[in-house]
Ligand binder design. Structure first.
Ligand code: SAH
Length: 218
């Protein structure tokens, strides 16, 4: 899609590839195409392709491009995959996932964000994402099991329902931390007998608030 942000997007993708060592070309190709500036507040659109997170409504953030790329890459998606996404926020991560998998079930706890994300995705002609407003730490039982689960907010523990709703062989990526400020990015892979976990280093997300997350915002 050619627009006034084409060059900024190209620079963002070069940085993801050269500096952050994102190696999955499919992820880079999608991020070259999705108009990130349409997912940030109008006043911040000229900052949309910078190397940082930005504020959105409800005291939340749209994740840094690197984090979106890294989490997406770690999910090792196939075009036939069905994905559960927790913390849809602006809908940007959902838009990226929508181009790499078959169906995305996205949950967001802030009503105004869920509504806006859903509207934006429809306006962009994206039809394979369903957004609902709820506590995502409970998963989305009726559509389970999922091939992959992405949690875009930091919790204290791996929410048990999310592992239960993951297929055998499925991947779950989640920031986990002992406090609400910093986390480590963890990938959980479900296998026949239980699950294995891998750690991908420090990160900082807004808190995951819910029954299997933190109890309040502080
Ligand atoms: N991926 C988003 C960024 C999300 S920021 C984007 O691309 O814009 C994290 C989001 O998680 C916030 O919008 C926050 O409201 C939401 N969140 C926190 N706890 C949640 C929960 N239990 N269920 C669903 N959403 C939650």
């Amino acid at each position: 899609m050619a627009d006034e942000f084409e060059i900024s997007r190209t620079k963002m993708v070069q940085r993801l590839r050269d500096h952050y060592k994102i190696a999955d070309e499919r992820v880079l190709d999608v991020m070259q195409k999705v108009p990130r500036h349409l997912f940030v507040p109008e006043a911040l659109k000229f900052q949309a392709y910078k190397d940082n997170a930005l504020p959105i409504a409800g005291n939340q953030t749209i994740s840094q491009p690197f984090i979106v790329a890294r989490m997406t890459e770690l999910l090792e998606l196939k075009p036939s995959d069905r994905i559960l996404e927790i913390g849809a926020g602006s809908g940007y991560q959902s838009a990226v996932l929508s181009k790499l998998a078959r169906t995305i079930y996205a949950v967001e706890r802030v009503p105004a964000l869920a509504k806006k994300a859903s509207e934006r995705l429809s306006e962009l002609g994206i039809k394979n994402v369903s957004v609902k407003c709820d506590d995502g730490t409970l998963g989305w039982e009726v559509y389970a099991p999922f091939d992959a689960v992405l949690v875009a907010a930091g919790g204290p523990v791996i929410p048990e329902p999310l592992v239960a709703q993951l297929k055998v062989g499925g991947r779950l990526v989640i920031p986990l931390g002992k406090d609400t400020k910093t986390q480590e990015l963890v990938r959980v892979t479900r296998n026949e007998s239980g699950f294995s976990t891998e750690n991908f280093g420090a990160c900082a997300f807004v808190p995951l608030i819910g029954q299997h997350g933190w109890q309040k915002e502080t």
